[in-house]
Design a protein around this ligand. Structure first.
Ligand SMILES: NC(=O)c1ccc[n+]([C@@H]2O[C@H](COP(=O)([O-])OP(=O)(O)OC[C@H]3O[C@@H](n4cnc5c(N)ncnc54)[C@H](OP(=O)(O)O)[C@@H]3O)[C@@H](O)[C@H]2O)c1
Length: 314
């Protein structure tokens, strides 16, 4: 089968498309014939070696966590799926393998694909939409009539976050560049702020939840626009957010959190139900053939994607 691999950390040019053996389906595995693989900034960071503490130095390495496809085989302990089921999901952990014709996944990382979506659009959903859901619902506790600000609202996670916040009943302020204002407005944002023209810190509003998807905001600066029991949630790991998270627990007032997405069948099913009801729609910016993974990574690294970038495989 074909798979995208790399033999050293580095620029997109380290990615190569090779023929390798199809993975064996273990007793607790589902073997998926991949039809499309979603790409994420995480894949680029892994390729660059930014997570080498977790990914190690055993090359060649594969890439990719988001997938959609059909079940090619199930392990003898798997009851939840059958051969030919159309599925989508995200593999947990650091070693991605979805940029390939086949991959094995655990049933707990997988759900039936929502029927209105083509495989390409379905592969755009799992990592980004689960991040939005787990940040806003679980860490933010977002509920009806609360106010949320989403910074980085036009990217992969942001386009889902705007819609998820609306589904949860919140009033949404979305921050992006002016060229994407119409997009996020059409996704349901009540108010759109162009960050090239307005300073978030000086909005004069107060929010229940501030979701910093892009990751360029500092909690100490954002406290001014948070309600006393408000939540600041960042997607970008690092020492500052860990420090803000710990310190904010030691005093009263707004809290800071880091979201770390985990793939769960229940959350994929929730998102799938919203998609089937027509309330959640993935925004796919570009689709590349598997062999053009280098170009896909170069595009993601511009940090200008509008929604998701997907690799078409079968
Ligand atoms: N911790 C986790 O579990 C987790 C999960 C998912 C993602 N992440 C991280 O979250 C970040 C975002 O992921 P993503 O998939 O949404 O990325 P993405 O799709 O690459 O984000 C692209 C978007 O960023 C926006 N942007 C660029 N400069 C900006 C600025 N100065 N202010 C606000 N927005 C700006 C762009 O909008 P404009 O062109 O309109 O500026 C573009 O639409 C990444 O760092 C990723 O690694 C973490």
């Amino acid at each position: 089968m074909r798979a995208i691999q790399f033999d050293r950390y580095g620029a997109p040019s380290v990615l190569v498309c090779r023929e390798i053996d199809r993975p064996a389906c273990g007793p607790r595995d589902v073997l998926v014939r991949v039809r499309a693989a979603g790409t994420n900034p995480k894949d680029c960071l892994v390729r660059k070696g930014k997570f080498r503490w977790f990914t190690g130095r055993r090359f060649p390495m594969g890439l990719g966590h988001d997938f959609s496809g059909t079940v090619a085989a199930v392990g003898r302990q798997v009851a939840a799926f059958q051969v030919e089921d159309a599925v989508f999901g995200m593999t947990n952990g650091w070693q991605g393998r979805a940029y390939a014709d086949y991959l094995t996944v655990r049933p707990s990382e997988t759900a039936l694909k929502p029927s209105p979506l083509e495989f390409t659009a379905a592969a755009a959903v799992p990592l980004a939409a689960q991040t939005a859901l787990q940040a806003l619902r679980d860490l933010g506790g977002l509920s009806g009539n609360q106010r949320v600000l989403i910074n980085g609202s036009s990217g992969g996670v942001g386009t889902f976050a705007v819609q998820v916040a609306r589904i949860l009943g919140a009033r949404v302020t979305a921050v992006c560049s002016g060229r994407n204002a119409d997009l996020v407005h059409d996704l349901g944002a009540h108010r759109v702020i162009d960050y090239t023209r307005e300073e978030i810190r000086h909005l004069g509003a107060s929010f229940d939840v501030f979701f910093d998807v892009f990751g360029n905001c500092r909690f100490p600066d954002i406290r001014a626009v948070l309600k006393p029991n408000g939540r600041f949630i960042s997607t970008v790991p690092g020492v500052p957010v860990m420090r803000w998270s710990i310190l904010s627990r030691l005093s009263s007032g707004p809290r800071a959190h880091l979201v770390i997405v985990k793939s769960k069948t229940g959350d994929l099913q929730t998102l799938g139900r919203w998609i089937e009801e027509g309330r959640l729609v993935p925004v796919v910016d570009r689709v590349y053939p598997l062999a053009d993974a280098q170009e896909a990574h170069a595009y993601i690294e511009t940090k200008r994607a509008r929604g998701k970038v997907v690799l078409q495989i079968a």
